[in-house]
Design a protein around this ligand. Sequence first.
Ligand SMILES: [Ca+2]
Ligand SMILES: [Ca+2]
Length: 163
Amino acid sequence: MRWFLLAFFWCTAASASEVFPEVMAREWGLDAEPECVLCHKTDEGGARTATRPFAVTLSRYDVQGGNPGSLTAALREVRSSQTDSDADGYSDYDEITTALNPNDASDGPEEGPIGPPPYSGPLPQHGCAVATPVDPSSAAPVLLVALGLSWLGLRKARSRAKS
Ligand SMILES: [Ca+2]
Ligand SMILES: [Ca+2]
């Protein structure tokens, strides 16, 4: 029902939701009001045409047709939760405020998705860690001590066995 109300009121000629693009431009500091196709199939808008991914995202945040306050609250939630309606790695807020399309996954940031850069280190060889190679010259003293202790242990065990 909520979705129907949003679709009915948003971008229709005589509805109170004509202010939705204005509310969005003001709330997110846009240079111009977004076009109706941000949410609707066409610029004509109309009932049951707000089916674009960004409109679906807004509907999850309780936007109610004719209620600009509900849109303001939804836009704040969308911004703070960094929703990504087209799953291209760039948030809806970042796309809209940089004139990209939050409904088109092929339209993303030039520098690639936001987030840490891809891992470029060595690939794990065993489990989750990579063993670093041991320098034989630094391991020699440790190896000699271990061999000496083993020899002493064997010698003591043999002397106990004889007695
Ligand atoms: Ca996106
Ligand atoms: Ca996009």
